[in-house]
Design a protein around this ligand. Sequence first.
Ligand code: NYM
Ligand code: MG
Length: 213
Amino acid sequence: MSPIKRGALIVIEGVDRSGKSTQCKKLVQSLENRKIQSKLLNFPDRMTSTGKLINEYLKNEECTLNDRAIHLLFSANRWENLEKMKTLLYDGVTLVVDRYSYSGIVFSAVKKNMNLEWCKQPENGLPKPDLVFLLTLSQEEMQCRPGFGSERYENVVFQREVANMYDQLCDEHDNWERVDAAGSIDDVHDKLLDKCVSKIEEVGDTPLGILNF
Ligand code: NYM
Ligand code: MG
């Protein structure tokens, strides 16, 4: 009997309004249509107890939380999903994840008095994605997208710094792929789907990696 294949851990990252959520949903739908078991996860998971605090912090500019404290909360929000993620992956379910540790790192590290190396540490030990898509968008395109500006961090200066730091991480890691998010929803989707399907075939029964920054 052939060993059970695990699912792939696929992450989509990018600045706010780059179309991550739309693409994640479409990916899961297309994988399911191909009879590939898959599930959508997103971080922050605003439904858990840490997620509710995070939601309050994002929605309410007056909510004062120390930068390191909120950073650790975002990380805890991932750690509390660890068992669920591992169980699903080893049951053969591919996880399509809307933001992950890299969002945690870049959105905190661009803040004044925060340190990139410090920001990476709480993520060490979490499952390592098999593939990370970075959706790229110009500043002009980003500002034109509806809804931009409704939460903390959603301003042009901050997002530009986030985009630069994502670029830096992308260059440092070989499991990242840049995808231009400016194309039509379907064009972007087709690119992501092809790469996803190959990755799912490739991971087979290889062990899941562990983040080690
Ligand atoms: N964000 C997201 C962080 O600052 N740290 C994290 O660890 C994660 C996962 O939360 N502007 C930021 C990025 C977004 C915001 O995410 C909410 P979304 O995907 O817009 O709900
Ligand atoms: Mg957002």
